[in-house]
Design a protein around this ligand. Structure first.
Ligand SMILES: Cc1cc2nc3c(=O)[nH]c(=O)nc-3n(C[C@H](O)[C@H](O)[C@H](O)COP(=O)(O)O)c2cc1C
Length: 494
């Protein structure tokens, strides 16, 4: 049995009015002693700090195994040993172990109903927030808990998302001047996720001064004209870093794009042994994976900007697809895909990501790798659609940030919806003849309406129902409204 001298946080009198523990040296504050169960003691011995840091993973699925109160206390004690600004320890911890409360929290805090333990770290908004001291202190406490949880065989989850703060306040009876800064969830893991890739340190670490020549610091502008291809490559990595769970598209969009790709590729006769399809810059690989099911007999390959992204694509593919690196700069051909070797090439929501010259370079590459008579399939976002209207509303609401990985559709990072005639022009310029044009979504379908309205502001959520209704009622007009389709598809021939 191991014992540690520490504040026993379950006891109401452990925290004084200021939320601080004792008056002086925390080691001398006469706080109660916490007994750690034997199993905890051995786990404690078993993991050193570097191992804990490197092997900890975010766990989002837990078993039903309860977490012993001593273990919960141990986590909280570790939180309280974290550094805090001026050692003021102006935090509060609301610990939810009760099953019924966790179920009620489900609609307000994702995963609260499936974790065994939910801990909210709160801060009184009257206390100084200068230098982000509150946030920094809370973050230190969270990190201590996550590492300690991992060393004890528990899985922890640091979750920023709170879906309904009002409901959360009601359930935990939080006073109006207190804010939840952070949510952590714990339980015994029911999954063993691999380590999501980390960025290349040479892109991130500056020695002695902020080195502006370092590549690639991601621009804060959404128009791809402000981006280099190297930066787009780094952005593609950012998109896959958080894992496939963030790359879920809006279901209606996924069905439409997958449907068109399957249709166009089968029409081009590539669903046969020996036929080769090259997906150009698939990024998350979502649609390459879909193509594997749509044209099961074809041989698939893809061209991407970096190996991290390629590995991610490989992992999600149900069957092998050869990866070819796409050169970020240089005069020669951009990839080692042999000329005139492919029967079809696909470019799905990628022209929008690229600076204008790179759009041309990508389509020239498609032309080069295709056999004479080979088929190019392009999907792109139409600038003359409600997509642009939502972007402008977002802008008007002051939401002018560049959106990165946490978004369900391809309108991320550098992403510029394009005019139909501009895309047609680029495809012609590369040497193709356009054979077929198609489109989808002159109005947002109900699932997309919900998604877009929620992304604007929670207060607008009721609007989504009306938009969905307009979509359904205007169905007979959809063909007339085709010029305003959000997504356009092209099939072109070399
Ligand atoms: C401040 C912060 C907030 C986070 N919020 C969420 C969240 O709301 N939802 C989620 O699924 N993951 C969230 N995460 C977990 C990250 O996605 C995760 O740490 C990251 O993908 C790296 O994986 P790893 O923790 O396994 O190394 C958050 C992490 C941090 C540090």
């Amino acid at each position: 049995m191991t014992t540690t001298r520490a504040p026993h946080v379950d006891e109401a009198d452990a925290l004084d009015d200021e939320g601080a523990i004792g008056d002086g040296d925390p080691a001398d504050d006469g706080a109660p002693v916490t007994d750690l169960p034997a199993a905890m003691a051995s786990a404690l011995d078993g993991m050193d700090v570097p191992t804990a840091i490197r092997t900890r993973r975010t766990i989002r699925k837990w078993t039903d195994r309860p977490v012993a109160p001593e273990v919960v206390n141990e986590l909280l004690e570790c939180a309280l040993w974290a550094p805090s600004a001026c050692n003021m320890q102006l935090w509060d911890f609301v610990v939810i172990t009760d099953h019924e409360t966790r179920q009620r929290l489900g609609p307000a805090v994702p995963h609260a109903d499936t974790a065994q333990i939910v801990i909210f770290i709160c801060y009184n908004s009257r206390f100084s927030q200068g230098s982000y001291a509150n946030i920094q202190s809370a973050a230190a406490a969270v990190m201590n808990m996550l590492l300690r949880a991992h060393s004890l065989g528990l899985g922890g989850f640091w979750q920023a998302t709170i879906t309904d703060r009002t409901l959360l306040r009601e359930i935990i009876e939080m006073p109006p001047d207190v804010e939840v800064l952070s949510t952590t969830l714990f339980g015994y893991p029911d999954e063993a996720p691999g380590a999501p890739a980390r960025r290349d340190p040479s892109h991130l670490i500056h020695w002695q001064k902020y080195d502006l020549t370092k590549k690639p610091i991601l621009p804060s502008a959404w128009r791809p004209t402000h981006w280099t291809l190297a930066q787009v490559a780094d952005y593609h990595q950012a998109r896959i870093r958080a894992g496939p769970r963030y790359n879920k598209p809006i279901p209606s969009e996924y069905r439409a794009v997958r449907g068109y790709l399957g249709h166009a590729l089968r029409r081009a006769g590539v669903d046969a042994a020996g036929k080769v399809v090259v997906d150009l810059l698939p990024c998350t690989g979502l649609y390459l994976e879909a193509m594997a099911a749509e044209v099961p007999k074809a041989t698939l390959s893809f061209v991407e900007l970096g190996t991290q992204v390629a590995d991610f694509v490989h992992r999600r593919m149900p069957r092998p697809a050869a990866f070819h690196a796409y050169a970020i700069e240089g005069e020669g051909v951009p990839s080692d895909v042999p000329s005139a070797s492919a029967d079809a090439a696909t470019v799905v929501f990628r022209l929008e990501n690229l600076p204008p010259d790179e759009r041309r370079r990508l389509l020239r590459e498609a032309y080069r790798v295709l056999k004479p008579g080979g088929t190019l399939v392009v999907a792109h976002m139409n600038v003359r659609s409600y997509f642009e209207v939502f972007r402008w509303i977002r802008w008007a609401l002051g939401r002018r940030d560049v959106q990165y990985a946490l978004h369900a559709d391809p309108s991320l990072g550098p992403f510029e919806a394009l005019a139909p005639e501009a895309v047609d022009g680029l495809v012609h310029e590369a040497g193709f003849r356009i054979e077929h044009r198609h489109g989808a979504f002159p109005m947002p379908p109900p699932d997309e309406a919900r998604h877009r309205v929620r992304a604007l502001s929670r207060r607008m959520v009721p609007l989504a129902r009306w938009l969905g209704l307009v979509h359904d009622l205007s169905r007979p007009l959809h063909s007339v409204l085709a010029p305003f389709n959000r997504i356009r598809f092209l099939t072109a021939v070399k």
